[in-house]
Write a protein that binds this ligand. Structure first.
Ligand code: AHM
Ligand code: MG
Length: 319
């Protein structure tokens, strides 16, 4: 008998009902975004808009549409007291709700027009009492109570943690989310890395050393051949690592010391998932979930995946 998302949540008697309702609403919201992505060519929703987000990045039509879908659903369910999105300048506060919600509505959006994997990433923290101010949102990732992503690839898949391991669900023919993975784990060793190699000349020496040793193969200092994969979609690359291991890096470098990826919308939720699967997630040296945010749209270097390889990168960076 397949386990549905509803049954999975009901089985967690220690989780507050409000968090279960929020996760169920998130799954439905991701299903709507997934269908919108799926139909984006016929509905002429691909391509860029003539506008930039708060971080100076050109927005795709789907970035804005998916953000609107997330806003509508979160408000409608009344579970979320405040939310912040990669695609909005400022946070939004609501009258009631027990949680703060952070999200990247379409991660990897440069992939939309080429039919590559994109996804939605989300992070849930407890909301404080009283009126919200910016400082209420600047909570470290270790305070997350749930996080996950939906990947819209050959299959739509929802990957979730509530702090008790990592599980995944896929919609069946009737749109019911069925559990398709239990206890996803990241092996501690790997022979596969993911990084945008075109940035090699900008990397700090520790990253260059790590990758150069991988590329040197079995005749190099690692004595083993390594494989490389790069989807330009964090959810896609992370999904592979949660499935068969690997290391993913988007480090700070000499061109952009603070890195590219966003702490609150990308690094924290993915870091929580990776740790729950037995891997490590750092900014190169410091645990992602311990970073104290100073701004909603703060960026961070990201090095995550198989624990032994992440530790080796940290060692090289601090040498
Ligand atoms: P986005 O949220 O604007 O799509 O940017 C994040 C994405 C990640 O999914 C991916 O790992 C990275 O940017 C790819 O960057 P690059 O184009 O430099 O390879
Ligand atoms: Mg993103």
């Amino acid at each position: 008998m397949p386990v549905t998302l509803t049954a999975f949540l009901e089985g967690h008697s220690d989780l507050p009902q409000s968090l279960k309702t929020l996760i169920a609403a998130m799954a439905e919201t991701c299903a709507v975004i997934g269908r919108t992505v799926n139909l984006s060519a016929v509905n002429d929703l691909q391509g860029a808009l003539e506008q930039e987000n708060v971080q100076g990045e050109v927005q795709k039509q789907l970035d804005v549409i998916a953000n609107d879908i997330m806003l509508e659903e979160a408000r409608w369910k009344g579970m979320v007291r405040g939310l912040a999105s990669e695609e909005m300048d400022d946070y939004v506060a609501f009258d009631k709700g027990d949680y703060l919600l952070f999200f990247d509505p379409i991660d990897g959006s440069s992939n939309v027009d080429v039919n590559g994997v994109v996804g939605t990433i989300f992070s849930v923290l407890p909301a404080p009492q009283g009126d919200l101010s910016l400082s209420d949102f600047l909570r470290p990732g270790r305070e997350q109570v749930a996080a996950g992503y939906a990947a819209y690839g050959p299959q739509t898949i929802l990957v979730l943690t509530v702090g008790k391991g990592v599980v995944a669900f896929t919609p069946d023919a009737d749109g019911v989310w069925i559990q398709t993975k239990t206890a996803m784990t990241v092996p501690s060793t790997t022979r596969e890395f993911a990084i945008n190699m075109s940035n090699h000349r900008h990397w700090f020496p520790g990253i260059q050393r790590y990758i150069d040793e991988c590329v040197a193969g079995k005749d190099g200092p690692r004595g083993a051949d390594f494989n490389m994969r790069w989807l330009a979609s964090m959810v896609g690359d992370v999904h592979r690592i949660l499935t068969r291991g690997g290391i993913f890096m988007y480090p700070g470098d000499t061109k952009r010391a603070e890195g590219k990826l966003r702490l609150m919308y990308e690094a924290n939720p993915i870091g929580f998932l990776i740790e729950q699967a037995g891997g490590k997630a750092t900014n190169g040296t410091t645990r992602i979930l311990d970073l104290q945010p100073t701004g909603l749209h703060q960026r961070t270097g990201v090095v995550l995946g198989s624990a032994e390889e992440v530790a080796r990168v940290a060692e090289y960076l601090s040498a």
